[in-house]
Design a protein around this ligand. Structure first.
Ligand code: NAD
Length: 357
């Protein structure tokens, strides 16, 4: 065995009803908090403000997707004026993303209470959009010091977002298994993350009040975030980034469609990862892409790029952009191979058996 592993310490409070412990946890980080949320989650932000009582300095509910620089400037002025010393983000990647951008500028600690399965709360990755361009980077200062997972907060998550952000978390785990800097510890998180999400998402859809399944999905999400924050991603994430950025395809839905085909493309070069995925999905290594496809289609999500609105004629350009700059992938990436992958994903047929060495 030969590997590098870097642990990123943080504190995780996990369990149904744990939002009640927010004040106690917050007091370990600061004396005056700004609660950050999107306008849609204003009620939840106010609920959290009540829980933390005198530790609440301001409730800011103007967080939006992709962290526009204008929102950061606006929120930062409040942070400075109110002498805020801790950032409390409640919500999904958008609220947590705003907290991260503020932490990058101010070095203030973050307490995050996630309500989706995006996993941003467990990563040191930040993003910022200026003049329609999204910049991203990694800095340990933005990684939340404390994360509170409360399964009650996912009860209001719409079905569509439950499925696609859950599949997105599976993608973080899957690519972590064959990352350039993959290591046995992160692979343990990744395999168990896929297992937990693949097992819990169908149960949540079948019985929305199944709190055990909701807890398990959050546990898988947490592992997915740990994987995403620890090792590099490859072809799947690169392709989704290209399709989202250039063709404006929806982020989580694109992940859901592409994942089975990206795994199929890499299968012959990642035998150990295929075995881990097979264990997690309760199938055989050569049927992993098919099992991922079955999972997303059984959850009612789109399974083809065509359904997401891209035109077949645009696939050539997508393949070109996705192979323009070199990046790590276990199977060498070339334009013809990626064009073929995109064609499969466009048509959305169940991937055939993958050849595994
Ligand atoms: P989001 O935070 O944008 O939320 C989508 C919508 O759902 C919002 O209106 C939000 O208020 C609402 N919502 C969230 N939780 C809800 C709940 N429980 N009940 C009802 N409504 C709820 O969505 P997201 O998928 O969590 O985040 C996406 C963003 O996060 C993207 O910008 C993505 O790039 C970023 N992201 C960053 C990282 C990272 O490591 N930095 C990781 C994953 C995603």
């Amino acid at each position: 065995m030969d590997f590098h592993y870097v642990s990123h310490a943080n504190r995780v409070i996990f369990g149904q009803g744990k939002i009640k412990e927010t004040k106690e946890e917050l007091a370990k980080l600061g004396k005056k908090a700004i609660v950050l949320a999107t306008p849609e989650q204003k009620d939840l932000a106010n609920e959290v403000a009540e829980i933390i009582e005198e530790l609440c300095g301001f409730v800011y509910t103007k967080a939006v997707q992709h962290v526009p620089v204008e929102t950061v400037i606006n929120a930062q002025a409040i942070v400075e004026k109110e002498k805020i010393d801790v950032l409390l983000a409640v919500g999904g990647g958008s609220s947590i993303g705003l907290a991260k951008a503020l932490a990058l500028n101010t070095s203030l600690p973050i307490l995050a209470i996630p309500t989706t399965y995006a996993g941003s709360e467990m990563t040191p990755v930040w993003g910022l959009t200026e003049n329609n361009l999204k910049k991203t980077g990694t800095n340990m200062i933005v990684k939340p010091k404390t994360v509170i997972y409360d399964s009650n907060l996912t009860l209001t998550l719409p079905k569509g977002l439950t499925v696609t952000s859950g599949m997105n978390a599976i993608a973080h785990c899957a690519e972590g298994l064959y990352a350039e800097n993959a290591n046995p510890i992160v692979s343990l998180f990744a395999e168990d993350g896929v297992r937990a999400l693949a097992s819990s998402l169908p149960r949540i859809l079948e019985k929305p009040e199944d709190m055990e399944a909701r807890g398990e999905a959050q546990y898988g999400t947490m592992l997915g975030g740990m994987v995403l924050g620890s090792v590099g991603m490859a072809l799947h994430h690169k392709l989704c980034h290209t399709l989202g950025g250039t063709f404006n395809l929806p982020h989580a839905e694109t992940h859901t469609v592409i994942l089975p085909y990206a795994i199929q493309y890499n299968a012959s070069h990642i035998p150990k990862a295929m075995e881990a995925l097979a264990r997690a999905l309760n199938t055989t290594p050569d049927d992993v892409p098919g099992a991922l496809y079955d999972l997303s289609s059984s959850l009612g999500s789109h399974t083809s790029l065509e359904a997401l609105g891209i035109k077949e004629i645009e696939l050539d350009k997508a393949a070109e952009i996705a192979t323009k700059n070199p990046y790590y992938n276990p199977r060498p990436v070339n334009k013809e191979g990626i064009r073929e992958l995109l064609q499969y994903a466009f048509e959305g047929k169940r991937p055939e058996l993958a050849y595994v060495k």
